[in-house]
Design a protein around this ligand. Structure first.
Ligand SMILES: O=P(O)(O)OC[C@H]1O[C@](O)(CO)[C@@H](O)[C@@H]1O
Length: 563
């Protein structure tokens, strides 16, 4: 029996007919205690679900579904290191990466906790060497610029966290400038190399597989830049200017990273779950080792809550199950991530990978095609900016969209009245938008007399996530909250959230297309692909002809002026 034919699913389908399109505004008027009943707190996070189109009965039905799907056992399987990623025959042990050292965890006869803490200490030692000027470039210069080269999970998490927590950097480490380079087209790297100085620049090549072409292409360019600037050998340059962070040490060594410059993690750490491992080195460089440990501790607090709290009071479980309600019982397939704090600017991109690469799946663990919706389309932007961009669609478009509003209650506590007022302004906007989206213009007097193009129907459900304040602790908890939400949804949908086979074929096709750019007469592919390749080749030829003509002209004028 598939989940969507199960008793708990059928009961929710019936309940959805009852609650129907019942306006959220009506749910508020019929229960003044709605906020109190539908908001939950743990691990420095408060989640308000009262603006969702749900009642207590909905929550009960969703928890029945979670129980029917053996969620509690599946949560235990994750933490214990069972094979939860069967297509790659691996556990997914990101929770172990933030577990306190004293709690050992034996997986396949090995205490992985000891290994994890050993690699963390190695990372911290490298971070200290860079911070205190012991790590030197090829001419003896201390390091000023550190460039993290990575993509996807080897980029987005560290990038997001460095931006979110930069204010926590102790002043004695602020002399290091951190940069992120991910895109294979070289545009980020080319711009950066113009601004930085070779002998004082260190590159961290972050790649679980150490075979991602995007990262290798950028790393090759960076290495050539250093060799050209220094006139030194690959070996010397690699020793002074490259650190490799990987789960594939052999490949990193083949590329040229010496063993002493490598930090390792494990194949059981999924790329998009890896910033808690040594992939987080950029974070430690930015905010310091002790703040990085706080960040891990924050995630660990959410892990303990997730593992121990009853399902009906469990934040990740509720967040996930209400998502399932919207997707599978309310037919909503778009999800906007709206942080009201500029420090969380990269959170939407991070969650796009976390959720869509994990749960963008159409096959169950048993190898059957699903006939129910799984992961929705996620996108987002810093809320106040998005208000001036795509909120029009949220308010008056034809798509149902569920939203997550995310904000800290406190900010700028010791930075003066004006900034505190600005934070209050952002919060007022956050609350205004979620209120209007939920209730529509029913909250206004005489709204029905407005012309139709000025009406707001509302009824767009949202969750508000409030942190007490943004800190390494609360931010760690927030990200762990979303990770576990993804796991819970996968458990209900019976899909594997830890593989990503859907991105592999594109890489192979791109590799074979590379050769076609050398062959003007190719007709190997579909007419569109061949036509586009020919267009590029023609442009190249025209550019070459122009260059030749200019050179002819220059040498001709040179000859004439010599005569
Ligand atoms: O760390 P790596 O192995 O370079 O991979 C980078 C990213 O590429 C992907 O494998 C997708 O192609 C992601 O899952 C991963 O985070």
């Amino acid at each position: 029996m598939t989940v969507n034919q199960s008793p708990a699913w059928n009961a929710l389908t019936e309940h959805a007919k009852d609650i129907g399109q019942s306006p959220i505004s009506k749910l508020f008027t019929s229960d003044p205690d709605r906020f109190k009943k539908l908001s939950y707190s743990a691990a420095n996070c408060m989640l308000d679900f009262s603006k969702q189109r749900i009642t207590q009965t909905t929550i009960e039905g969703l928890i029945n579904l979670a129980e029917q799907q053996n969620l509690q056992q599946k949560i235990e399987a994750l933490f214990k290191g069972d094979i939860v990623n069967p297509s790659e025959n691996r556990p997914a042990l990101h929770t172990a990466l933030r577990q306190p050292e004293k709690e050992s965890l034996i997986v396949n006869g090995t205490d992985i906790s000891a290994e994890i803490h050993h690699s963390l200490v190695q990372m911290e030692s490298l971070v200290d060497q860079i911070h205190n000027g012991q790590w030197r470039g090829y001419d003896g210069s201390p390091i000023k610029h550190v460039v993290n080269i990575g993509v996807g999970g080897s980029d987005l998490g560290p990038l997001m966290t460095c931006r979110a927590l930069s204010q926590f950097a102790p002043t004695n480490i602020r002399h290091i400038d951190l940069h992120f380079v991910s895109s294979m087209d070289g545009s980020q790297l080319a711009q950066l190399l113009d601004r930085i100085d070779p002998p004082s620049t260190l590159f961290i090549v972050s790649s679980k597989s150490f075979s991602t072409i995007d990262t290798l292409a950028n790393s090759n360019t960076a290495r050539e830049w250093l060799i050209n600037a220094s006139g030194m050998s690959i070996e010397l340059i690699s020793q002074h200017h490259f650190i490799g962070i990987t789960a594939s040490p052999k490949k990193a060594a083949e590329w040229g990273i010496p063993e002493k410059n490598q930090l390792h993690f494990w194949d059981w750490t999924g790329g998009r779950y890896s910033m808690w491992s040594v992939i987080g080195m950029a974070i430690a460089l930015k905010v310091g080792n002790s703040n990085f440990r706080e960040f891990l501790a924050g995630a660990n607090t959410m892990d303990s809550h997730f593992r121990e709290a009853p399902l009906a009071e469990n934040l990740p479980v509720l967040l996930a199950m209400i998502g399932i309600w919207n997707i599978n019982f309310q037919d909503i397939h778009a999800h906007a991530i709206l942080p009201y704090d500029g420090r969380l600017a990269h959170l939407p991109a991070y969650l796009e990978q976390l959720e869509m690469e994990s749960n963008g799946k159409n096959v169950t663990l048993n190898g059957h095609s699903v006939d129910y919706a799984t992961c929705p389309i996620l996108w987002g932007e810093v809320g106040p900016n998005a208000q001036h961009a795509f909120y029009q669609l949220l308010h008056q478009g034809t798509e149902s969209v569920m939203c997550d509003f995310i904000a800290p209650a406190l900010r700028y506590q010791d930075q003066g009245e004006e900034l505190q007022q600005q934070h209050q302004l952002a919060l007022a906007n956050c609350l205004a938008q979620s209120r209007l989206l939920a209730l529509g213009d029913s909250m206004l007097d005489n709204a029905e007399n407005s012309p139709i193009h000025k009406r707001y129907t509302g009824n767009q459900p949202s969750t508000t996530i409030m942190l007490d304040q943004l800190s390494p602790l609360s931010f760690g908890a927030l990200i762990a909250l979303y990770e576990h939400k993804v796991y819970v949804q996968s458990a209900i949908w019976e899909i594997n959230p830890f593989d990503q086979w859907g991105v592999e074929l594109g890489k192979q096709v791109a590799t074979s297309l590379l050769n076609d750019f050398e062959n003007t007469n190719n007709t190997n592919n579909d007419s569109s692909t061949d036509g586009l390749i020919r267009f590029v080749l023609q442009q190249r030829q025209t550019a070459r002809n122009k260059e030749d003509a200019t050179q002819d002209h220059v040498s001709q004028t040179g000859k004439e002026s010599n005569q």
